[in-house]
Design a protein. Structure first.
Length: 126
C-alpha cells in the first residue's frame, strides 16, 4: 500500500464489464486511498450502486455488456457525481459535445493518465 494516498476519503464507482480491467483499476484506486464501489457490470447495476452509496466520482466504461451506459451517467449527473468516461470509442468529440462536464479517457490508457483524470474529478493534487 502506498503511503501517499491522494484519494483518501474519495468514494469512486467503477462501471466496467471486463473483469481484468476492473480489478486493475480497483487496485490502483485503492492504492491511492480511494474507497471503490463496484465494479458494476451493467448500467442497471451502476444505478443501483449509485442509489445506495454517496460518491465522489464515477469511472464508466461506455459499453457494458453491449448496453450503453448513458442512463447511468444521467442518473449520476443528476446526483452531482463527477463522471469519467473510460472508452474505446473513437468518437471522443461527440462525448465532449454531449457531456461537456465529463472527462473522457480513451482506452487503452496508461494507468497514470486515468488516475490524473480521477484526481481532477476529485479535485486532488497528486
Amino acid at each position: 500500500m502506498l503511503e501517499h494516498q491522494p484519494l483518501k476519503g474519495s468514494r469512486i464507482l467503477i462501471a466496467e464489464d471486463n473483469a481484468i480491467q476492473a480489478l486493475d483499476l480497483k487496485l490502483s484506486l485503492q492504492d491511492a486511498g480511494a474507497e471503490v464501489i463496484g465494479p458494476a457490470r451493467s448500467a442497471a447495476e451502476a444505478i443501483a450502486l449509485a442509489r445506495s452509496n454517496s460518491l465522489t466520482c464515477a469511472i464508466l466504461d461506455v459499453v457494458l455488456r453491449r448496453e450503453r451506459v448513458f442512463r447511468a451517467a444521467e442518473f449520476l449527473k443528476r446526483r452531482g457525481v463527477k463522471i469519467i468516461f473510460h472508452t474505446g470509442s473513437s468518437d471522443a468529440q461527440a462525448f465532449k459535445r454531449d457531456w461537456p462536464e465529463a472527462q473522457v479517457v480513451m482506452k487503452p490508457a496508461p494507468r497514470e493518465l486515468l488516475l490524473q483524470a480521477v484526481y481532477a474529478a476529485c479535485a486532488v493534487q497528486a
